[in-house]
Design a protein around this ligand. Structure first.
Ligand code: GLU
Length: 939
């Protein structure tokens, strides 16, 4: 196509010969942009000209020397007044050699470092020495003493000359410069990581406009675009890139520009370029510079055309030199034009155009820009004469609070691979950057980033050290050290807020609460116990039960003696017995209560209100106790009994089974034991401190040691992490309660302005219930959560009943017994009072006599001391009412005898306890009874 185009253009040019002043150009940029700028320049230069300038453009393939050579020869045939382009280095040099040989002015707008001052070339691109001086001055203004030059290709090195010379300058400050070359291709991360690892924070970036966005993006990914990092970008078209992703990152980014795109003339020129491109491409390209700002090269081409045509106009040259590639003549005016241009001074789009004595454009002026939150801001200017002149508007610092302050910034977030806070994603795809991680902590940061609109890059603390103060090294370790040094902005993992850490870093409000406890193997099954029937009650309850049994038995014995009703006529058929019997012997009392406890009953039945009251209380008591015992025995028989080697931290410290224990090295748990003034914890600290082999690097190692059959190891750990582990490892369990109460927080540099907005966001997440949902997700659902959920079903531990469980029944028993005592006393008093009144005796004396008898505890037979003068009623009742009589014996009257015998049960119980003397008198009474029966039957 190019060949055809060359021929076509040449033919057109030949057709125009003699009508106009033709200026030739060879463009190989593959677009219509340079051609449009060139044509616009020719058009503008031809305004008000009688004999207008004519553009003769040849487009060649980029870097094709033959096409370029054919192009220049064709243009010469066309008797051109000068040659512009091409842009690629090799072809440009080739064209320059030909132009130089034929002394045809060659106008260049590209960065060229090897240019002979005598050659027929004039370059409008700023001279590399002057260009490097711009940046040397900016570096000096910033006061950098240690920086890294990041450059792309060796051809750009001359543009660093004056900067590299800074190292040798005899200045007071020693300047350290590192140089890193970016590789070909599109992945600079490895070099950027090396730069980051070197600790360098100031970067001079010398790479092309095309690669700049990629470079900045990767720098952000690698984590060298935070508050502490500064960049100076050398490319003059830096202001044309989309700076939005980087303007809130916190890095200081400085660059330059040759013109202000907001100026009217620049805007008009940009619009004209777009129209021209549309025209040249026959409407195929609507807007060539869409959304992006005009670049330096287009402005230089335009300026070059304007400058060159001005020179021709001033010199009055209307015709070329009629030189051809084949002839050996040169154009006699060629070098004159070049020399004349070098003396000119003209304003262009790129500022003042003038050349130094060596013919280089070293006197130019640029704007120095800085990237701010609102975009680019001009902070000063640079000119060869004045160097850098600051013109920054001093805006009073507005205190930006809250999330606004974090908006758009980029942070390095340090985390550790500690499940479930931070974990590597399981994926078959190759994941990059933040996508590689997932977990509870990762999700919290994602939420906080959304809420506060910041960007972040996760960095892993490979050794898993969270940080503690090392007195020997006199410094903090791990994550704490990195936060303090500013190597990371935030740290999130199971990072405990401790007083010591709080002194050197800031923490957000805790996002999770926890305490220290023990991780140990699950209790082992115990062999069945022959005496497990004792287990339902604690020993204390058994003790109280025995006490109650003895107490109630003795009480019944005493009540029986008190209660008049319990003194019964041993032979109810004998109306006036000499003695009365009492069933409540001590042995009978114990037998009665025992029979109730064992739910077997006995033949003894209480008669008096008081004894019945005490008896029923005892039955109630035994009912409850026996039911409780039975129910709990069932639990003991169904539930597997377990052997707990340790049940609390006290067991661990006394260590009866030789269980070793440890904690995470340098972690908050170990710190807790170290700082504690509790004697038990101090003892444990000394044990752990003297056994460093028992300390672990991570919680996971601790878990493995607990599970291992090779050692009997308990791990002191934080409850939330234990919760996570026991959900997935069914052979381990938490032992005992929490020793303390604390929380996990996000760490950041001391006095960080981000603490407030981050804490507020955490509280919001907590109030919205998001943190709880996240916890459920990462603990119970993801990565095998819930695996041990059914494991403990039915294995609940049966516990012996303690006094607290059954104490109420004892109280009821005691209260009932007390009532019975009052009742018995009342019964006895009333009875004595009635007899005393009937017999006209002293109540007091009778009462004392009765009490003396009761408390003499002399057997279960009571002699009848008073006999009723009129006895009535039946059997036992009649005899009972007359129980206090004179000792003299009287024959019973016939009508006093109740022929109905006392029920057998009553009698039999009485008869068993009759004493010998009583038996003798009874025999006598029985004989009287038989005699009476006989007389009755005779009649
Ligand atoms: N969360 C602890 C810390 O911040 C680590 C684990 C532990 O000590 O139990 O150091």
């Amino acid at each position: 196509m190019n060949y055809f185009y060359v021929v076509f253009t040449v033919l057109c040019s030949i057709y125009n010969v003699g009508d106009s002043k033709t200026i030739g150009a060879i463009f190989d940029d593959g677009t219509f942009l340079l051609e449009a700028a060139f044509n616009l320049g020719i058009l503008d230069a031809s305004q008000n000209e009688e004999n207008p300038f004519e553009a003769s453009v040849i487009k060649t393939s980029p870097g094709d020397l033959i096409e370029a050579e054919n192009g220049i020869c064709s243009l010469l045939e066309n008797n051109v007044l000068g040659i512009f382009g091409p842009t690629s280095k090799a072809t440009m040099k080739h064209v320059q050699v030909i132009a130089d040989y034929l002394e045809i002015p060659h106008i260049i707008t590209e960065p060229m470092t090897a240019q002979n001052r005598n050659w027929s070339a004039v370059n409008l691109y700023p001279n590399h020495m002057a260009y490097s001086q711009v940046f040397a001055d900016i570096i000096a203004m910033k006061g950098w003493t240690d920086f890294t030059i990041i450059y792309e290709g060796a051809e750009l090195l001359p543009f660093l000359d004056n900067i590299l010379n800074m190292e040798d300058l005899d200045s007071q400050e020693h300047i350290v410069i590192s140089v890193v070359q970016l590789p070909d291709g599109d992945d600079f991360r490895s070099q950027l990581k090396t730069i980051k690892a070197s600790g360098s924070v100031n970067y001079l970036v010398c790479c092309s406009r095309d690669n700049l966005p990629l470079f900045l993006e990767q720098a952000q990914q690698v984590g060298i675009m935070s508050d502490e990092h500064s960049y100076i970008i050398m490319d003059p078209d830096f202001h044309t890139i989309d700076i939005d992703p980087y303007k809130h990152g916190g890095s200081n980014i400085t660059g330059i520009r040759f013109f202000d795109p907001e100026l009217d003339e620049i805007k008009q020129f940009t619009a004209a370029i777009n129209d021209k491109v549309k025209e040249l491409s026959e409407g195929q390209i609507e807007t060539a510079i869409e959304g992006q700002t005009l670049n330096l090269n287009l402005a230089l081409v335009y300026d070059a055309v304007m400058l060159y045509t001005s020179a021709l106009k001033i010199m009055g040259l209307e015709e070329g030199g009629n030189v051809t590639c084949d002839a050996s003549e040169t154009w006699s005016f060629g070098s004159s034009i070049i020399n004349f241009i070098r003396t000119m001074e003209q304003d262009g789009l790129t500022g003042v155009i003038k050349f130094d004595e060596d013919g280089f454009r070293s006197e130019f002026e640029v704007d120095v820009l800085e990237v701010m939150a609102h975009g680019f801001e001009k902070i000063g200017t640079w000119s060869m004469e004045d160097g850098f002149t600051e013109m920054r508007k001093i805006v009073p610092a507005v205190e930006q609070e809250g999330s606004e302050y974090m908006k758009g910034k980029h942070f390095i977030v340090l985390t550790a691979l500690s499940a479930p806070y931070g974990m590597l994603k399981e994926s078959s795809l190759k994941l990059e950057s933040n996508d590689r991680y997932e977990g509870f902590g990762i999700e919290i940061i994602e939420e906080l980033a959304k809420m506060n609109e910041f960007n972040y890059t996760f960095e892993i603390q490979e050794d898993g050290v969270y940080g503690s103060y090392e007195p020997k090294l006199k410094k903090w370790t791990g994550m704490m050290e990195k936060i303090m040094d500013g190597r990371a902005d935030f740290a999130i993992t199971d990072l405990t807020i401790t007083a010591a850490r709080q002194k050197v870093v800031d923490f957000t409000s805790p996002f999770m609460n926890l305490g220290i406890t023990i991780l140990y193997k699950k209790p082992t099954k115990q062999p069945p116990d022959l005496f497990s029937f004792i287990s339902p009650f604690s020993y204390q309850v058994w003790g109280w039960l025995a006490g109650a049994y003895v107490g109630v038995s003795v009480l019944l014995f005493i009540l029986g003696r008190f209660a008049p009703e319990e003194w019964q006529n041993p032979y109810p058929c004998i109306a006036e017995p000499e003695t009365l019997d009492n069933q409540w012997t001590l042995a009978n009392s114990f037998w009665f209560t025992l029979g109730s406890v064992l739910t077997q009953g006995s033949e003894i039945a209480p008669i008096a209100v008081s004894t019945r009251m005490a008896g029923s209380m005892w039955w109630f008591f035994t009912l409850i106790m026996v039911s409780s015992y039975t129910a709990n025995l069932a639990a003991f028989l169904t539930v597997e009994s377990k052997f707990y080697a340790i049940k609390s931290v006290t067991d661990l410290a006394s260590n009866p089974y030789g269980i070793t224990y440890g904690a995470k090295r340098g972690g908050a748990t170990f710190g807790f034991f170290k700082e504690s003034d509790n004697l038990l914890y101090q003892k444990m600290y000394e044990y752990m401190d003297s056994h460093p082999e028992l300390m672990t690097q991570t919680n996971d190692i601790g878990l493995e040691r607990v599970k291992s059959n090779d050692e009997d190891y308990a791990f002191l750990m934080e409850s939330t992490s234990i919760e996570y582990m026991v959900e997935r490892n069914c052979d381990v369990a938490q032992v005992g309660g929490l020793l303390d109460s604390k929380g996990y927080g996000i760490a950041m540099k001391k006095n960080s302005p981000y603490r407030q907005p981050m804490s507020e966001s955490i509280l919001q997440l907590q109030e919205q219930g998001k943190i709880t949902r996240m916890k459920d997700k990462w603990w119970k659902e993801k990565r095998g959560g819930g695996a041990c959920a059914d494991d403990d079903a039915g294995s609940g531990d049966a516990q012996p009943l303690v006094l607290a469980n059954v104490g109420g029944v004892f109280i009821v028993l005691v209260a009932g017994s007390g009532l019975a005592v009052i009742c018995a006393f009342f019964e006895m008093t009333v009875d004595v009072w009635m007899i005393a009144r009937r017999e006209k005796l002293s109540f007091k004396e009778e009462l004392m006599a009765e009490l003396r008898f009761i408390f003499s505890f002399s057997g279960d037979v009571k002699p009848v001391r008073h006999r009723a003068s009129t006895s009535s009623g039946s059997g036992s009742k009649g005899s009972k009412k007359t129980n206090i009589l004179n000792d003299e014996e009287e024959e019973p009257k016939e009508e006093d005898v109740d022929p109905v015998p006392t029920p057998r049960s009553e009698r039999s119980s009485h008869s068993r306890h009759t004493s010998h003397s009583r038996r003798q008198s009874n025999v006598k009474q029985m004989n009287q009874f038989r005699k009476l029966i006989k007389e009755k039957s005779v009649n």
